[in-house]
Design a protein around this ligand. Structure first.
Ligand SMILES: [Zn+2]
Length: 134
């Protein structure tokens, strides 16, 4: 019993990596608090509802007014990664299949819309904020 409690304590205290923090939508400063009110990369309601400050270290997420506009730069490559394969399929596949691939492109865009916005914001804040050293 004692050993398992110690093991759980170790798991709780284990630090997560930069990548885990970005994908897990965690605070860039302590990597423990959540950036968004709803968890998960793909959330369709209130997808951009964020906490103003970290629940763990009280780091203020919106560093300056308009800070999140910069996340367009990090969302854009995600859009490219998801959509370009469909574009190439539509361009170079059989002509009868062009509309199918274009439809798949639009559908994939609609499905992954929250992922692009949320992950884009997470990448943006992790690029701009360095983790505090303990
Ligand atoms: Zn924090």
């Amino acid at each position: 019993m004692k050993a398992s409690l110690f093991y759980l304590y170790q798991l709780k205290e284990k630090e997560i990596s930069f990548t885990q923090s970005v994908i897990g939508l965690k605070c860039p400063n302590c990597r423990k608090g959540d950036l968004f009110k709803k968890k998960g990369l793909i959330v369709y309601s209130d997808m951009l509802e964020m906490h103003e400050d970290c629940s763990n270290c009280e780091f203020h997420y919106e560093i300056e007014p308009g800070f999140w506009l910069g996340s367009l730069w990090t969302s854009y490559p995600i859009v490219i990664l998801i959509e370009v394969p469909f574009l190439f399929l539509a361009l170079f596949a059989d002509k009868e299949m062009t509309w199918v691939y274009l439809g798949a492109m639009i559908l994939s865009f609609l499905i992954s819309w929250p992922l692009m916005l949320r992950l884009g914001r997470s990448i943006w804040i992790h690029i701009n904020v360095r983790k505090e050293e303990n």
